[in-house]
Write a protein that binds this ligand. Structure first.
Ligand code: GLC
Length: 598
């Protein structure tokens, strides 16, 4: 009965652009049956078992204009969901009890934690009566919030992890479902529109007249921004990668893989992969992007192959490969593509982005203008390019991945997020991961100082600042993206530290932050070399500062949750040397020579 009602709603209530509706909640959901595809893009499935029929309707991605249709279906689906969710979670084992409940004995939350939870709750945004995300900032002193009144995908990740640890799964699930509905499906070159598969940077909930007519009353719609309205029109390449990472974390935490197995989610994953794995003119296995395509969403000289994107890309590829449903032929082809990209990417980053004292000395003595397949200095890096600060700064022990690598260009700045996420996703070898944390410890005053964590080090100043940022008044030296300190980064730091057994470092950073964050009203970022000042234009009550702190705290007492966000090193060794895969070279391959061995 319910399935019939759902199908009727799907076909009548939604415009033709609704591509597929799927029924997912099976009474015997462990049987993992696949919904059968029907005509006209509608997938319906109904399972009758014993005395009851249990079914539900969920939607595949909708184009933004179809959101009102989505809303109707969603309301119907949520009614059904309530029935079936009960059955479904009755099979839950104690292992999936909220971590907070399991690990709560004798723990007393600090006043800052209590305040952070209250603020996080206040930041929740609802759509059709359900929580779907958290607003970027709720600064009462800010009359012009610009887009800080929206739900940013990247900003929501720490909120989501906090909610998952607390056992509040619904908001995360809703977020995943609705952002999937917003995923871009069409590309129109003339309108600065996003490419197919792109996930928005942010979205807001708007209340509008139904069908544009006041007499019809109002309804809520989700309004995404893919960067078309963002300052500088930057493409949020990281959004889709974070979305995949969160989807995997959701399944790890809840033990519920049915969401990722849904047809609409499989399609969404494939679309993200398609846009990331598409052929272009690029020569490298790293992902080629424009400036400002990630957390640093302004001109900061990170166009090309920035580390942050590569670290997210690598982990998203690994998680996506695991989540793709095996039987699907497209999925199998994608998995092959992913596998070859993963090994090339791994080799490229571990070999060419890695910097320590030994490697710096090698670069210092590089010969240039080497034309050959066997060149040592493959990217034609001129030793004079090494900035003087680095000779002093590089410690005897420890190392890090540089920020970017392009022809004749190495960006030697230390970018925290890229390095930390390389640890989490095992883009770094175990030794490299240990070395990164060792460097962070050795350079504590520079990278943590009086507020964790520097977004990058050092700041661009003078001519470099003028040329690289375009004299950006927001990114002046040691401010904002240009060497500012971002409390939100504490959560990624904690995940990395836990993975490497360095809980002590995470603890130290959290203690530093806890002294100030609440007192300073949870700023977005801090300025000056040691992070002593609240950022010049920093929003207050910035949600991801609140959530970043909270997650760091939560992880310290629930370290097992870090595994939702990490993966171990691949068991297969790296088999290809990216630049040596030239076909002409392969033709010349001499099995007796060991020069092809990595
Ligand atoms: C700024 C940050 C960006 C963040 C957004 C919302 O634009 O650079 O990373 O997502 O604010 O907080």
């Amino acid at each position: 009965m319910m399935a019939a009602a759902a199908a009727a709603a799907a076909s009548s209530g939604c415009p033709s652009t609704v591509r597929i509706a799927a029924s997912v909640f099976y009474k015997a959901w462990q049987q993992q049956q696949q919904p059968a595809a029907g005509a006209a893009g509608l997938i319906r499935h109904c399972k009758s078992s014993c005395s009851s029929v249990v079914s539900s309707v969920v939607l595949l991605p909708l184009v933004p204009s179809d959101v009102s249709g989505a809303c109707q279906i969603k309301q119907l689906a949520s009614t059904v969901k309530k029935e079936s969710t009960l059955e479904r979670f009755s099979t839950t084992t104690t292992a999936s009890l909220p971590l907070l409940l399991r690990n709560s004995e004798r723990y007393v939350e600090s006043p800052s934690e209590k305040e952070a939870w209250a603020l996080l709750k206040d930041a929740v945004v609802t759509y059709c009566g359900e929580p779907v995300g958290t607003i970027a900032a709720r600064d009462p002193s800010d009359p012009f919030p610009q887009n800080y009144d929206q739900v940013f995908l990247r900003d929501f990740i720490p909120s989501a992890i906090a909610f998952l640890i607390k056992g509040e799964h619904e908001i995360v699930r809703n977020f995943l479902v609705h952002t999937l509905q917003l995923q871009s499906w069409e590309k129109t070159v003339d309108c600065y529109s996003p490419g197919q598969g792109l996930m928005p940077a942010s979205f807001k909930v708007l209340t509008v007249f139904r069908d544009g007519n006041e007499a019809n009353g109002t309804e809520e719609i989700l309004d995404p921004d893919f960067g078309e309205a963002a300052i500088g029109r930057v493409a949020p390449v990281d959004s889709g990668l974070w979305w995949i990472i969160l989807l995997r974390a959701y399944a790890k935490c809840t033990g519920d893989t049915s969401l990722q197995e849904r047809v609409d989610f499989q399609t969404g994953i494939k679309m993200i992969l398609k846009v990331c794995l598409a052929d272009g003119f690029d020569m490298f296995p790293t992902l080629l992007v424009t400036d400002g395509s990630c957390m640093i969403d302004r001109r900061m000289g990170i166009h090309g192959h920035p580390l942050e994107i590569q670290a997210l890309f690598y982990q998203a590829l690994r998680f996506a490969r695991d989540m793709l449903v095996q039987e699907d032929g497209v999925a199998q082809d994608l998995k092959k593509l992913i596998n070859s990209r993963l090994s090339a990417l791994l080799f490229h980053i571990q070999e060419y982005y890695w910097l320590d004292l030994r490697k710096l000395n090698e670069i210092y003595r590089y010969k240039t203008e080497e034309y050959s397949y066997d060149a040592v200095n493959k990217f034609n890096i001129y030793p004079d390019q090494v900035s003087p600060w680095l000779f002093e700064w590089i410690p005897n022990k420890g190392g890090y991945f540089i920020g970017n690598l392009q022809p004749a260009h190495m960006d030697f700045r230390f970018f925290s997020l890229g390095n930390l996420w390389s640890i989490c996703g095992s883009l770094a070898t175990k030794t490299q991961a240990e070395d990164i944390l060792e460097l962070m410890e050795a350079k504590w005053d520079d990278l943590i100082g009086t507020m964790p964590l520097k977004i990058c080090f050092p700041a661009l100043a003078e001519d470099e600042w003028r040329i690289i940022t375009g004299s950006d008044p927001k990114n002046t030296p040691w401010s904002y993206h240009n060497g500012g300190s971002w409390p939100t980064l504490m959560w990624q730091f904690s995940v990395a530290c836990i993975k490497m057994g360095r809980l002590d470092l995470a603890q130290r950073a959290v203690e530093v932050a806890e002294k100030r964050l609440s007192r300073d009203r949870w700023p977005e970022y801090y300025d000056t070399r040691s992070g002593r000042f609240v950022g010049k234009q920093a929003r207050l009550f910035q949600t991801w500062s609140i959530a970043g702190f909270l997650v760091a705290k939560l992880l310290l007492r629930n370290p097992e949750a870090a595994s939702w966000l990490t993966c171990d090193e691949e068991s297969n060794p790296v088999i290809s040397c990216g630049l040596d895969m030239n076909p002409r070279r392969r033709r010349k391959f001499n099995p007796l020579s060991n020069s092809n061995l990595v």
